[in-house]
Every structure is written in structure tokens, then in C-alpha cells.
Ligand binder design. Structure first.
Ligand SMILES: Cc1ncc(COP(=O)(O)O)c(C=O)c1O
Length: 318
């Protein structure tokens, strides 16, 4: 496990033309499996669970969840048992993401959409607590107060690495952005890129999710916003042109992206740069949140061409 992730200057004509300095914080390199925001968000959750003598971590996710994949490996490494409540049918157990998660020992429980919707309800959580005693329950995407602490450490590292103006990250459940906003304490301009259509349908949806995670002292920070119109059709949706733009950028810079989170952040940045959003001389940092394992599931479903993308190798159990 790498302690601090490297910060890399990106050489690309799109940025040179606009006289911008664009950097990428390579959290995807933190660890081959528990990479990106997953490691940051899980770190204090695992410490807390162990300190409180919990033997299991239980959490929630979709059938291709980066969070469930990382949770399984992190718990395996830390000697904790893991349980994943998965939205969907049991046949998903054989897909790329979940077969690896099971390889690292996670117990999967498949639930229908109606049941999955109850994932934040206290009564349902209490029922799960009884069904799986001695579990520490972590919400979907790992987004809770403990996750914010881990995410905010990105800002501490960045402040040691560079003086910069703007920071970009993708937004799904909101914990990543909330942690950055909290740690930043109004030093920089922070831009979240919404990857869900829900964010465009209801402009306050993602903002409210982020605010709900922030402690009172940070709820009125004004230095951040979410770009809601750059989701490219909805969660895990993207066009052939989007795919091509991401791949071209990856091939030019040698930086791996995937089209669900980091790729959408990249496309948003390229579009904002083209629109002249950033003044000349501006220093911008993209946070690479990892999630490259997701390419395995996209290739399996033939949503991408496997030969063109770098699908990461998985690490066997022993
Ligand atoms: C790779 C990756 N990047 C970004 C995000 C978005 O983070 P958050 O859910 O904290 O908004 C997620 C997932 O949730 C993710 O898996």
C-alpha cells in the first residue's frame, strides 16, 4: 500500500492551448485492488470496526460495485469477514466484479430493488444487524462520516505537493466530494462532476446528498459546486464518441481511465476547458478515483471493446 499518491502534470495540447496547468492525483495507484476513493473511504471504517471488536463489515452495492469489490479485498487483508447486500438477481454472482469479491471471501446476499431501496431505513438496518451479529454496517459506496476523514487526507497531501486553484472529482453517492470539501475548508475551487442522471433531473439532489454528509460547520462552505449536466446519459452510460475521447486521451497521456467515473470527470474537464471556463494560468487538479476494475464488467457485457482498454489484473487470494 502506497502512503501518498503521486501528483502528475499532464501534457496535452488541449491544456497548453488554453495556458492551463493540469495535474492528476493518481489515487488509482494507491493499491492494485483497493484503489482510489475506495481505499480512502474504507480506511477509517476498518480501523473503527476493529477497535470496536466487530468481526464483520456489511455493506451495500450494485452488481458491478467498485465498493463491494474493494471491501471484499480490504476485509480479507485485515482478517475481517465481509457481507455484501447486492441489488439484483443471484446470477450476477458469476460476473467479473462479484466473482473476484467472493474469491476474497465476501458473503453475498441478493435482494430485489424494493428491498434494496430500504438500505438507509433504520428498521431494515436493525434487522440486518440481528441477522448478521457483530457486523459494522457501512452505507452504499462507503459514504459515511468515517469516509470523509479518509477523503480529506487527499487535501493534506495535495497541500504538500502543489499550490493549485481548482480540484475536480466525480460524484456518485457524494462521500468523495464531501470529504474533499471538508478537508479543504474553503481554500480552493472544488468541482464535482455528477455521473447520475438523477442529478440533472433534480439539480439539488447530489448537492443535498453531499450537504447531508457534511458536519454543521462545513454545510455553508461556498467554494464548491456540482456540474449536473455532464453525466452523458446516466449512470454507466456513454456514447461511442465519449469512449473514443477517453481512449484517445488515455493513449496520448498514458493515464488509464474508465468511462463510469474518472472518464466522465475527464470529459467534463475537457468540455469546461473548451468553453473557456478556466482563466489562463489556472492550476487544476483532477482526482483519479480508481475504479478501473469496473472495466472488467463493462467488457464482459460488451459495453466496451476489451482490446482497447487496460483491464487490471486481479490479485489471487494466496
Ligand atoms: C471509482 C469511483 N469514483 C468515484 C466514485 C464516486 O464517489 P462517491 O460515491 O463518493 O460520490 C465512485 C463510487 O461511488 C467510484 O467507484
Amino acid at each position: 500500500m502506497m502512503n501518498n499518491s503521486p501528483l502528475q502534470l499532464i501534457k496535452h495540447s488541449a491544456f497548453v492551448q488554453q495556458k492551463l496547468m493540469v495535474y492528476i492525483k493518481r489515487d488509482d495507484l494507491l493499491h492494485p485492488i483497493i484503489s482510489g476513493n475506495k481505499w480512502r473511504k474504507l480506511k477509517y471504517n476498518l480501523i473503527h470496526a476493529k477497535k470496536n471488536n466487530k468481526t464483520n463489515i456489511l455493506s451495500f452495492g450494485g452488481a458491478y460495485s467498485n465498493h463491494i469489490h474493494a471491501l471484499a479485498f480490504a476485509c480479507y487483508q485485515q482478517g475481517l469477514a465481509s457481507i455484501g447486500i447486492i441489488r439484483g438477481e443471484p446470477h450476477y454472482a458469476n460476473n467479473f466484479t462479484l466473482s473476484w469479491a467472493q474469491h476474497w471471501g465476501i458473503k453475498l446476499v441478493f435482494v430485489d430493488r424494493k428491498t434494496y431501496k430500504k438500505r438507509h431505513h433504520p428498521d431494515y438496518l436493525q434487522q440486518l444487524q440481528i441477522q448478521f451479529p457483530n457486523s459494522f454496517i457501512v452505507p452504499e459506496g462507503g459514504s459515511n462520516t468515517l469516509a470523509l476523514r479518509g477523503m480529506s487526507e487527499v487535501i493534506d497531501e495535495l497541500n504538500q505537493q502543489l499550490e493549485f486553484d481548482s480540484l475536480l472529482c466525480p460524484v456518485g453517492s457524494g462521500g468523495t466530494l464531501a470529504g474533499l470539501v471538508l478537508g479543504d475548508a474553503e481554500q480552493h475551487n472544488i468541482i464535482g462532476v455528477g455521473v447520475l442522471k438523477q442529478g440533472a433531473d433534480n439539480q439539488d439532489y447530489l448537492k443535498n446528498e453531499v450537504k447531508a454528509l457534511l458536519p454543521n460547520r462545513a454545510k455553508n462552505y461556498k467554494n464548491w459546486h456540482i456540474e449536473n449536466e455532464m453525466h452523458r446519459g446516466g449512470y454507466a452510460k456513454f456514447s461511442v464518441l465519449d469512449e473514443k475521447r477517453i481512449l484517445d486521451f488515455s493513449n496520448t497521456t498514458n493515464i488509464p481511465f474508465e468511462p463510469v467515473y474518472s472518464g466522465k470527470m475527464l470529459l467534463a474537464l475537457l468540455d469546461l476547458v473548451e468553453q473557456g471556463y478556466f482563466p489562463a494560468g489556472h492550476k487544476i487538479v483532477m482526482l483519479h478515483t480508481g475504479g478501473l476494475q469496473g472495466l472488467g464488467g463493462l467488457a464482459e457485457r460488451k459495453l466496451i471493446n476489451a482490446q482497447q482498454w487496460h483491464i487490471p489484473q486481479q490479485v489471487p487470494r494466496t
